[in-house]
Design a protein around this ligand. Structure first.
Ligand code: SF4
Length: 308
């Protein structure tokens, strides 16, 4: 499958069948915490990157083959709203299945009316907002030059007014960047203007694009949660407190690699996910010392790192 992957276990969305509408890594931002690495195609230009009929055919095939799917989720290798066809694909998917549709977006293009219209049919829109000051927006999200933070926040507010579905806003907290009282106060004010249905707090628990992007501790996350609002939720998966579903994927990879060294494509095929997705999990496990990498005849192989 080219556009569809999973289902992937997700804390917010259960078993989520992913639809990846943009080539790796096409995004309007280049976040220092991005787990996909640095943005190679920084763009705000919406284009047709897919063939809608092929995407829908892959969705039909995945639905036929898979027993449990909780959400159809537009996400993947970059910013999905950069694909001009996202609205048309959402509408087609809604004809194919009654499953709820979610869109994970960085929210930077939601000030545009065409993007707002494209997302109105989704059941859940999950935008992110990591900064409410220009300085911090530039430091954390390294946006495309054409983007203005004020327009983005106004766009989120406008979208709230026209959109009848649920908005689950995510804030990524980074040590010594947006965790000061001043920055948190600005973000809190922006959130109260946007009025999302839920706020999820995350931190850099997975390997970031820039190693200087550090995570907050579990206690620090709880302090921010209490400062923001009791309704917000911490979704970061701290070591020793991993969620059940994520643990299952990790366990599956560890069990496989205990038996024989595997490439990222082998792992993707066994898990039924895209290679990009498999690489994300491989990086998490390498970072935590559970997998080791070896090169053999031009291929990278991963095997379980036995503790001595
Ligand atoms: S918006 Fe998402 S995909 Fe784009 S750089 Fe940031 S974290 Fe990565």
């Amino acid at each position: 499958m080219r556009y569809v992957y999973g289902p992937v276990p997700s804390r917010r969305l259960g078993f989520s069948l992913g639809i990846d509408l943009v080539p790796f890594k096409t995004c309007s931002l280049d976040c220092i915490y991005c787990q996909l690495g640095r943005t190679t195609q920084k763009s705000v230009e919406r284009k047709i990157y897919t063939q809608k009929d092929n995407v829908c055919e892959e969705v039909r095939e995945a639905l036929r083959k898979t027993e449990r799917i909780d959400y159809i989720t537009f996400s993947g290798s970059g910013e999905p709203t950069l694909n001009l066809e996202i609205g048309a694909v959402i509408r087609e998917v809604k004809k194919i299945t009654a499953l709820p549709v979610a869109v994970l977006t960085n929210g930077t293009l939601l000030f545009r009316e065409d993007v707002q219209k494209d997302l109105v049919e989704a059941d859940v829109v999950c935008p992110s907002l990591d900064a409410a000051s220009d300085v911090m927006f530039r430091k954390i999200n390294r946006p495309h030059d054409a983007l203005k933070l004020d327009s983005i926040i106004q766009g989120l507010k406008k979208f709230r007014m026209i959109y009848k579905g649920r908005i689950w806003l995510e804030v990524m907290l980074i040590k010594d960047f947006n965790d000061s009282t001043e920055e948190l106060s600005r973000i809190r004010n922006a959130i109260s203007g946007i009025q999302p249905d839920r706020v999820y707090l995350n931190t850099v628990v997975r390997p970031p694009s820039e190693m200087y992007a550090k995570l907050l501790s579990s206690d620090e996350m709880m302090t921010v949660k209490n400062y923001f609002d009791n309704r917000c939720e911490v979704i970061a998966e701290f070591h020793g407190q991993k969620i059940g579903e994520a643990q299952n994927v990790e366990d599956a990879i560890i069990e496989m690699t205990k038996r024989r060294p595997l490439t990222s494509i082998d792992i993707a095929n066994v898990l039924g996910v895209s290679e990009t997705n498999a690489k994300t999990w491989i990086n998490i496990l390498k970072y935590s010392g559970k997998l080791q990498e070896r090169q053999y005849k031009g291929e990278r192989y991963y095997s379980y790192a036995i503790k001595k």
